[in-house]
Design a protein around this ligand. Structure first.
Ligand SMILES: N[C@@H](CCC(=O)N[C@@H](CS)C(=O)NCC(=O)O)C(=O)O
Length: 214
């Protein structure tokens, strides 16, 4: 049964891991939203109509009533607080969640996501790929070790920390890794996928042209 939280409008595109974080928290908290596709592969994020929403030209953005959020992690915290789901209980949990949100930026965005993007869509030389791979390797080692003894990232239950990290983790094959080499990450991803409200990015952010070729 969906809660009828009206007036949520998500701007995104399924190619974006950051937009997928926003779409996941909405879906996993049963929050109804209107989806507006921003044509990221064709530079739609730099069109004036979207720059009026986010002058940085980046997705996602989320509007709710008189609030406009333009950072994926603010969206995670905001929807979590509004719905009372996937959030921290006290500052100890808050800070552990913060660790993994930091990890998501430092190792997922600057490592795996960049590596995968350059491999699929870029024309960078090998030294650039190796530069991103150093960060990606380090990040994978950290999380695999953590998940060897923990079911979830920050707490004994799934939180916005898991939602923050999951989307870019789906890129590891495209980033050149073999998921079989990371059994604990693999198990965690399977656990994550079985949470209520989980769906693929294309289901949560439907666009006509999928998968993108650029
Ligand atoms: N700090 C932002 C980063 C958002 C971001 O990097 N979005 C990418 C897609 S994943 C984007 O819109 N890139 C387009 C561009 O930089 O031109 C967040 O966490 O939401």
């Amino acid at each position: 049964m969906k809660n009828f939280h009206k007036d949520y409008v998500l701007y995104g595109h399924p190619r974006s891991g950051n937009a997928y974080k926003a779409a996941l928290i909405l879906s996993m908290t049963n929050t109804i939203y209107e989806f507006i596709a921003v044509d990221l592969p064709n530079g739609g994020n730099l069109n004036q109509d979207f720059l009026d929403i986010n002058p940085l030209g980046k997705i996602p953005a989320l509007k709710h009533e008189n609030i406009l959020l333009r950072q994926s992690h603010d969206i995670l915290r905001y929807v979590s607080e509004k719905t009372g789901k996937f959030g921290p209980d006290g500052w100890d949990e808050e800070s552990r969640i913060g660790d993994w949100i930091g990890y998501s930026v430092d190792f997922m965005s600057y490592g795996i996501a960049r590596l995968r993007f350059e491999r699929l869509f870029g024309n960078s030389d090998q030294s650039i790929l190796e530069y991103f791979k150093v960060t990606a390797d380090r990040g994978l080692k950290i999380i695999e070790l953590h998940l060897a003894t923990n079911q979830w990232l920050a707490c004994a239950r799934a939180t916005i920390a898991d939602i923050s990290v999951y989307p870019v983790m789906t890129y590891i094959e495209d980033a050149g890794y073999n998921t079989a080499d990371f059994p604990y990450i693999n198990d965690w991803m399977n656990r994550f996928q079985s949470l209520p409200g989980f769906a693929q990015q294309i289901e949560l952010m439907p666009v006509k042209s999928w998968p993108p070729t650029k």
